[in-house]
Each structure stands twice: as structure tokens, then as C-alpha cells.
Design a protein around this ligand. Sequence first.
Ligand code: ATP
Length: 452
Amino acid sequence: MPATTMDQLVSLCKRRGFIYQNADIYGGLQGVYDYGPLGVELKNNLKAAWWRSMVYERDDVEGLDAAILTNQKVLHYSGHEDTFSDPMVDCKKCKGRFRADHINGKCPNCGSTELTEPRPFNLMFKTAIGPVDDGSSFGYLRPETAQAIFTQFKNVVDSTSRKLPFGIAQIGKSFRNEITPRNFIFRVREFEQAELEFFIEPGEDEKWHEIWKENRIQWWLDQGLKKEHMNIYTTPKEDLAHYAKACYDIEYQFPHGMEELEGIANRTDYDLGNHTKAQEEMNLTSHCHANPDSTQKLCIMDDNNKWVIPFVIEPSMGIDRGVLAVMTEAYTEEDLGEGNSRIVLKLKKHLAPIKVAVIPLKKNNEQIMSKCHEIKQNLLKLGIGRVALENTGNIGKAYRRHDEIGTPLCITVDFETIEQQPESVTIRDRDTMEQHRVNVADLPSYLREYFL
Ligand code: ATP
């Protein structure tokens, strides 16, 4: 059974070093978290899995790593300056501010029904750029990674000679001044997104929207999420953003409820249309903002030698929500009988922060320690990820710790290892807790087989 309360995860994350409240020693910064020693590994592994599936395993996607600081014009013509806002209500009594769509006509803080009319509240972080802070020169911290993919579209096409269909993938930080950050790392003010903009011929959009929906569901299953804990929500036509033709949300059963993990939108020609020059020549289907500032035509030659502005399918996921989902799914409390129990994080092995822990049976024994070091260095060469030398406590505590952080295999070096030939060690499996002996000489092939 996965985690049922957020507290189970928050407590594990802090205790073992996955995620901490940012600026903890000063009482925190609301909606901002830091990833600790194990969190950074898990997050990197999730990002690597996405990149591998989006870029390396395909022949039609290129990568990009664009800047976070964003030119004001980009977010003006994208529509964010005008519309990237939530309708907010203020409580006249306690002065609290809440998202109008999150409350039921009643202040969740003090219960008062004396609320202001909903007013838009822009979610972008504006920041001064350059030495003078007089309001004349400013930009934004990007609220999504997608816009740079659109503004760099022409450069990528020209430098790679891509033809439709093709995509540009990017992973990076985004910032939103969420009015009510909550539910741990589910809704935060600084987060990471992994976004693909997939460019296609107009008219092929419905087909590709279905293909990407299926592709993304399968990817989440491959990360260990169970089908029965997921839901595909189709946004009703009347609730769609004005530029979107259709949208699916992949939802997951988080401890606080079934909520969005990833959106897959058919964004038509709205984004490239907004940022292109000479909009009137482009046969745009969307209602775009007039753009006198752009210096580029964001179009591509199709198979019939016609210039077109492609349509876009956008799968967009939150990495932090992804981390929360895979941890929720993996969290297991197991009853071992006779009053014993354990917490075990049954992460898929490619996501596990530590792949193998090498544990000395006796940490004060020089021969055992030196064999542990040697084995660790040899295993690192396999490129399977982090191999940790665990010399902090006794063997029971070490197994307990590595169960809780999801280490798939523990290798224990004992007296038999150093005293008998051929040298051998025990390998313990996280999920079955079974142990068996393997010759040290066979470890590389054993682990290669297991992990790669
Ligand atoms: P929500 O409705 O939950 O506010 P959204 O529909 O505004 O999300 P998108 O703009 O579609 O979100 O962003 C794509 C993805 O980025 C989301 O599916 C989510 O995983 C992630 N994301 C968006 N906002 C946040 C946030 N404040 N904290 C963490 N992740 C976020």
C-alpha cells in the first residue's frame, strides 16, 4: 500500500535527507524547498529518465537549456503579462487572500463570508535587470520553460535542419508566486518542469495528441506508478484555456487527493503565431496578439515546399510532483511478523538514489574496510550510478536505513570475504530481504545484468 498521509512522506524526507524546508533555520520560506543528499539523486534520476525517453530514444527530438531570466517582451507576447493570473478573493475580516476556485464562498482561515469580489493576481516574479532599479528595466523569472522553446524555434530549425514532425525538449526551473503554496512539494513557488514542444503539420494535431497521451501514460507506468492510482482527465471544452484546442491531464492519487501530475495540451499555432513577425502572411488559426516587435518568421518549409507555422502538442510535467508521486507509490510499511515492521521505499531501481550500499560487517577492521573501498571503486566504474560506502552503524541499522531510502542492493563484506578463497560477499535484496553469496570477481557482471 502506498503512502496514505503526507506526514509519512514529509517525515521520511526530512529524517533521511531527501527534502528540507528552505531556510529552515530562519523559519522557512513558504512554498520553497531544498533537495538534500538523497533528494538530489532521486530528482536527477527522474530527470535522466525523462531525457532519455524524450531525447535519446527518439530520432525526432532535440534538447535545449535556456535561461531563467526572461525578456519582458517574451512574456508580453506570449500572453502571460495579461492573463497569467488566478482570480483571488480577500477576506475583509482576517485579510487573508485565497484562490477563488479553492474556497466555497467562505474564508478558510476565519470562516467569514465577507469576501471581496474575485480579482486577478499575476503569478509572475518580476525582477529588476541592470544596475538601476527605477522600474524602467525589468524582466521576469520564467513561469514555464516553454516560451524559450518557441523563441528559439528558428535557431534550432536552422542549426539542425529539422523537418516536421519534430520536438524540442527542456528541463528547468520555473517560478510562480502561488498564492496558496501547499501540500509539501506539490504546489510550490520554485519548481522544475520537463516540457516537450512537439511541432507538427496543422491537421495532424489530433493524431499526435493521442500518441503523446499514450506515450506519457506508459512513461509514468515505467516510473513505477500504478494504473489504478492514475486518472486521465479530459478538460471539458468550456474549461479549456482560450488557445488550447484540447487538453488531457494525467492525474495521480497523491496523499491529499487525485491531482494533476502532467498536462498534455494541443496548443495549435498559438505560441509560434504570437511570437512570429508578419502574422498576416501566416494563415494563423489562433487569435494571436499583434506583434510589431518580433524580427523572425517562425515558420518551417513543409514537404510541399510551403512555409507553415506548425501546430504544437505539449506534454508538460512537474519534476517535483513527479518526485512526490514516485515516493508516494514506493512508500511501503511492511509487517514482518512477531511485532516487527519496516518502512521500505520500493522505488524502481533506475530511480533509487543509491544503487548499491557496500557495508563492512565490522567497521573497525582495517582489512574489511580496505576490501569495501576496493569493491566500491570497482563498482563505480560500471556507471550504474551512486555506490555508497556505508560505515555509519551496525549491519541491522544499515539495512534499515537502506530499506527506507530505497537502495535495491546491499553488499556486505565480512570475515569470510577476507579469509576464504575465492573472495565472496553477501548480496541482500531490498524487496525480498533474501541474501545470497556472490564471488567478488563476479560482482561486475552480476550488477551489470541487474541494473543495465
Ligand atoms: P495547477 O492547475 O495545478 O496550478 P497548471 O495547470 O497551472 O497546474 P501547467 O501550467 O500546465 O500547470 O504546468 C505544467 C506542470 O507543471 C503541471 O502539470 C505541474 O506538474 C507543474 N506545476 C505547475 N505549477 C506548479 C507548482 N506551483 N508547483 C509544482 N509544480 C507545478
